[in-house]
Write a protein that binds this ligand. Structure first.
Ligand code: SF4
Ligand code: SF4
Length: 371
């Protein structure tokens, strides 16, 4: 398999404020080009796009291509598993939504300490093994957002794990909260191949500070900023797949062009990335990936990732002497609750895989934009 997977988490939209308004025509063209260029791996999940990503995948992929032309990965939504029976119910629903008879890769989704307890309580891992024995899953694993100690505990209890999906990108590699390097090293030591998610960190490694971008451009004028991030992750020996959530045709065109005949980063390129990391670390205020996991549980309905994206852009824009973020914030808060409406209940922080101090972050947003 080529090392680039098509993530169905951020699909092209007709209306950017409506995640259900997927641009199906554009998505079909993207899928066609992806397959024409020899790529085969698709990744979705029960919860993406308000639980409709799998349905869109059926429409653009499994109804249009023979099953042996692609590999499909999806995930068991652990927050929705509240009984032993839920494993099977949700799994069968996913087969139906995706329009397939089996999954090539099946994962317990976004595992952390709480979800690990839940998976043990409701026998979710035993269920995956059973589905594999029945031929409804080819490979079993999990995606993971916690520390290396827990990862070791899980891999010890579940030695049948065939792969682990980790958040790896050049900015998180040595981040003490994410522990990307430690988790990758453990998987390598135990012989578990790694699938990379968020190689571009939710798009934030595309809009990097100008002086960092210049370092990339000076070395390779035609290479996109995204290509450096994807190639960085793909250059790790134990990485079997890098997922990219491509949101329009031009992103797909770019990604598939440089990944069709993938060349790992050389030593000079790695040194440039190190310098870029230093520059970015000194400029990103809130390391939000826009995954949206925090939003559903917020009793005030605060669009947390949107505000953090504005805040980060504002701080970077200030360095460049150009800012339109205040206007966006003012416009957004006509219909959406302001950051200052946060009551500090903490529900969001418990679900944030980046371990962001959201409550304090929202205070900064309010100070910046609500003066
Ligand atoms: S702490 Fe604030 S932002 Fe987080 S869930 Fe509670 S009200 Fe929402
Ligand atoms: S604050 Fe955390 S949970 Fe919310 S969108 Fe950002 S990274 Fe995801």
């Amino acid at each position: 398999m080529k090392k680039l997977g098509f993530g169905f988490m951020r699909l092209p939209l007709l209306d950017e404020n409506d995640v259900l308004s997927v641009d199906v025509d554009q998505l079909c063209r993207m899928v066609d080009t992806f397959i024409e260029r020899g790529f085969t791996y698709f990744d979705t999940a029960y919860v993406y796009h308000k639980q409709q990503s799998e349905v869109f995948l059926k429409k653009v992929l499994s109804e249009r291509y023979p099953r042996d032309r692609f590999q499909l990965a999806t995930k068991l939504p652990m927050p929705m598993v509240n009984s032993v029976e839920d494993n099977e119910k949700l799994f069968n629903e996913e087969l139906e939504k995706c329009g397939v008879e089996y999954f090539d890769y099946y994962l317990l989704h976004a595992m952390n300490a709480e979800r690990f307890e839940k998976a043990k309580k409701y026998n979710s891992w035993e269920f995956l093994k059973k589905m594999k024995a029945e031929g409804k899953i080819r490979h079993i694993g999990f995606s993971f957002h916690d520390d290396v100690k827990l990862l070791e505990e899980m891999l010890t209890l579940w030695p049948e794990t065939e792969f682990v999906q980790l958040q790896i990108n050049y900015i998180d590699w040595e981040n003490p909260s994410i522990q990307a390097k430690e988790c990758y090293d453990l998987c390598t030591k135990l012989g578990k191949p790694v699938i990379v998610m968020e190689p571009i960190k939710g798009g934030s490694l595309v809009n990097i500070p100008e002086d960092a971008e210049k370092l990339f451009r000076d070395y390779a004028p035609d290479a996109s900023t995204a290509s450096w991030a994807v190639r960085y992750a793909a250059s790790l020996d134990n990485v079997m797949m890098v997922l990219s959530g491509m949101s329009n045709y031009s992103q797909l065109d770019d990604n598939t062009a440089y990944m069709e005949n993938f060349v790992p980063l050389n030593e000079e390129e790695k040194a440039i990335v190190d310098k870029v990391v230093d520059i970015i670390n000194s400029s990103i205020a809130v390391p939000c990936t826009a995954c949206g996991y925090c939003v559903d549980g917020c009793p005030m309905g605060i669009p947390i990732p949107k505000y953090f994206a504005l805040y980060n852009a504002e701080l970077q824009a200030l360095n460049k002497g150009f800012s339109t973020q205040q206007t966006y914030y003012t416009n957004m808060t006509v219909t959406l609750p302001k950051a200052s409406r946060c009551i500090g209940c903490g529900a969001c922080e418990a679900s944030c895989p980046q371990h962001i101090g959201i409550i304090d972050g929202l205070k900064l947003v309010a100070e910046r934009f609500e003066k």
